[in-house]
Design a protein around this ligand. Structure first.
Ligand SMILES: Nc1nc2c(c(=O)[nH]1)N[C@H]1C(S)=C(S)[C@@H](COP(=O)(O)O)O[C@H]1N2
Ligand SMILES: [Mo]
Length: 197
């Protein structure tokens, strides 16, 4: 079953196409430094920091977790939006529950194979639409789009969604990730055009 979450913009009081964006049918690739390699034998997804139960899962164990499929829109800060992307994966709140995230956790840092990081307040990413996605339109996620596993954040510009994600760190104080340290907005709300800081 596919749940349609493309109405998300209503929560933010905006049109489906955020201001200053144009719709594209293509799915461009945007990576800071190319596509990193990975091997199923050594790949691991790790959760640590302000949690009672840190854990790690290999690829098979991760994809055995209960999953959902959602139809979502994707907004890149460089100005393109792609509507109706079908992502299959594990919702962020499921990871929070499994890790036993502590009460003093207020912030999250995502870590990726290419050294990329991105951050969000816990309250901003602890929502059903934030997925750890491993399928796109019913196929395994292409490597240049973040395969084997990426984060998608349809309520934020897409740089908040780490491709090739391998780790989630729960923090007791806010920190900034790769682009957030280099001039892109820390908050990244597309309906408010929060592109730069
Ligand atoms: N690990 C990692 N994740 C990343 C990036 C990156 O360079 N490395 N680029 C970000 C940016 S700026 C965007 S717009 C989206 C692009 O995703 P796409 O290449 O699938 O379109 O991934 C985000 N996640
Ligand atoms: Mo981007």
């Amino acid at each position: 079953m596919v749940s349609d979450v493309t109405g998300l913009h209503e929560e933010f009081g905006g049109e489906r196409l955020p201001p200053g964006q144009r719709e594209t049918e293509r799915f461009p690739v945007l990576s800071k430094s190319g596509t990193p390699g990975w091997t199923p034998e050594t790949w691991e997804f790790e959760v640590w920091g302000a949690v009672d139960e840190p854990f790690s899962l290999d690829y098979d164990a991760f994809t055995d977790l209960p999953s959902v499929t959602q139809r979502q829109d994707f907004h890149c800060v460089t100005g393109w939006s792609k509507f109706d992307c079908e992502f299959t994966g594990v919702p962020f709140p499921d990871i929070v529950e499994r890790a036993g995230v502590r009460d003093d956790a207020v912030h999250v840092m995502f870590h990726a194979l290419d050294g990329y990081t991105t951050n969000l307040p816990l309250a901003d990413c602890d929502r059903e639409e934030v997925l750890f996605a491993y399928e796109f339109d019913g196929d395994p996620l292409a490597e240049d789009h973040g395969g084997p596993l990426r984060v998608v954040t349809p309520h934020k510009y897409a740089y908040k969604g780490a491709k090739w994600v391998t780790g989630v760190e729960f923090l007791t104080d806010p920190e900034r990730g790769y682009w957030e340290k280099r001039g892109y907005s820390n908050t990244a709300n597309p309906w408010n055009e929060e592109r730069y800081s």
